[in-house]
Ligand binder design. Structure first.
Ligand code: ZN
Length: 74
């Protein structure tokens, strides 16, 4: 790994820390709660991403179902 690459990664880490990137995994049923959580906590419009079919091993943050969406504050 070159020094330049390390510096770049460090900068990226700092940016993520500053904006406090949050990602909530949730199932179809709890997507509303996840969206509300991001809106309330970050006062920003949430970004909703549907998970790939082969990426369904993660469970919902609010129940034990498989997560279908990721809700993030951009
Ligand atoms: Zn759920």
């Amino acid at each position: 790994m070159t020094d330049w690459f390390k510096v770049k990664n460090k900068v990226r880490e700092n940016i993520f820390q500053r904006v406090k990137l949050e990602m909530i995994y949730c199932c179809e049923e709890h997507v509303d709660i996840a969206l509300d959580t991001v809106v309330n906590e970050h006062e920003t419009f949430p970004l909703l991403t549907k998970l790939d079919v082969d990426n369904l091993s993660t469970s919902c943050e609010y129940c034990r179902n498989s997560a279908v969406y990721i809700v993030a504050n951009k």
